[in-house]
Design a protein. Structure first.
Length: 30
Protein backbone atom coordinates (compact mmCIF):
# COMPACT_ATOMS: atom_id res chain seq x y z
CA UNK A 1 0.00 0.00 0.00
CA UNK A 2 2.79 2.43 0.87
CA UNK A 3 4.46 1.95 -2.50
CA UNK A 4 1.21 2.52 -4.43
CA UNK A 5 0.35 5.53 -2.25
CA UNK A 6 3.78 7.04 -2.80
CA UNK A 7 3.52 6.54 -6.55
CA UNK A 8 0.13 8.32 -6.59
CA UNK A 9 1.53 11.19 -4.51
CA UNK A 10 4.58 11.41 -6.78
CA UNK A 11 2.33 11.61 -9.85
CA UNK A 12 0.30 14.43 -8.25
CA UNK A 13 3.49 16.34 -7.34
CA UNK A 14 4.81 15.82 -10.87
CA UNK A 15 1.61 17.26 -12.38
CA UNK A 16 1.72 20.24 -10.01
CA UNK A 17 5.45 20.72 -10.65
CA UNK A 18 4.98 20.59 -14.42
CA UNK A 19 2.19 23.18 -14.24
CA UNK A 20 4.22 25.47 -11.99
CA UNK A 21 7.28 25.09 -14.24
CA UNK A 22 5.24 25.95 -17.35
CA UNK A 23 3.80 28.98 -15.54
CA UNK A 24 7.30 30.15 -14.53
CA UNK A 25 8.52 29.69 -18.10
CA UNK A 26 5.60 31.77 -19.41
CA UNK A 27 6.38 34.52 -16.88
CA UNK A 28 10.08 34.52 -17.83
CA UNK A 29 9.23 34.48 -21.56
CA UNK A 30 7.16 37.64 -21.04
Amino acid sequence: MEKGGREAVNQIFRVIGNRSLTNFVKIFER
